[in-house]
Design a protein around this ligand. Structure first.
Ligand code: PXP
Length: 248
């Protein structure tokens, strides 16, 4: 892969959501991950939530065993999750905020408010060789704090941009996009690797994919939904095509 290329991380959490709606073994998120891999995903993302509402501990075991592309392990900054990450030592760990009552990861992490705790928290993960990423809003204060605590990567939260786009609130959408663009460039200038994700669809992916500083997009819910209609392989291939086209 050359330097300008954009990686696609496919988040398979919601295959597990469907499985867990009934209990039992299918649909299997590992099978989805392998298909996504074959369809052009550069990595697989999975979020082990405190309440195990989708991905479970045994899914993480099975993914670590089965994948040939890197696993990006999303987790809250808790002792329990740190122990699990240190046991598996996945390629990447992305620290996300987590509240039990939220349906999804609704905002970015407040790094600035918890700088000391997070600096201590990520130290052992970095020492274990995991590439640590921090999921934050496109906000200079959060980027500066992520940089200070020693994160190598930030992932910018694209949820607000995607919501405004879907609601037809184009002025708000464009303001969000501007902030994402400016903050990608700012983070890159500090030496941080820049990723982005949350809520991206075929309609909203290209303006973000076009930012030259962005190296990876993590996309899940839309792709798993789209797979119902066209199958996972074509769904991932189409996202890959749109990202590559945006990159030129
Ligand atoms: N990146 C991060 C850090 C996330 O928490 C999520 C959702 O789990 C995603 C990307 C993927 O978001 P979506 O499922 O909306 O594409």
């Amino acid at each position: 892969m050359t330097d300008h290329q954009l990686r696609l991380g496919v988040n398979i959490d919601h295959v597990a959501t469907v499985r867990n709606a009934r209990g039992g073994a299918y649909p299997d998120p590992v099978r989805a991950a392998k298909l996504a891999e074959e369809a052009g995903a550069d990595g697989i993302t999975a979020h082990l939530r405190e309440d195990r509402r989708h991905i479970t501990d045994s899914d993480i075991d099975a993914l670590m065993e089965a994948l040939t592309v890197p696993l990006n392990f999303e987790m809250a900054a808790t002792d329990e999750m740190q122990k699990i990450a240190l046991r598996h030592k996945p390629h990447a760990v992305c620290i996300v905020p987590e509240k039990r009552e939220e349906r999804t990861t609704e905002g970015g992490l407040e790094v600035a408010r918890e700088e000391n705790r997070l600096a201590h928290f990520i130290g052992p993960l970095r020492d274990a060789g995991c590439r640590v990423s921090i999921f934050i809003a496109a906000d200079r204060k959060q980027i500066d704090a992520a940089h200070r605590i020693g994160a190598e990567v930030i992932e910018l939260h694209t949820g607000a941009y995607c919501d405004y786009h879907a609601e037809g609130r184009f002025e708000d959408r464009d303001r969000e996009l501007e902030a994402l663009r400016d903050m990608s460039a700012y983070a890159h200038s500090l030496g941080l690797e820049v990723h982005a994700g949350h809520g991206l669809t075929y309609d909203s992916v290209q303006p973000v994919a076009a930012f030259p500083e962005v190296r990876e997009l993590n996309i899940g819910h839309f792709l798993i939904g789209e797979a119902i209609f066209r199958g996972l392989t074509p769904a991932v291939q189409e996202m890959r095509r749109l990202m590559d086209a945006a990159r030129g």
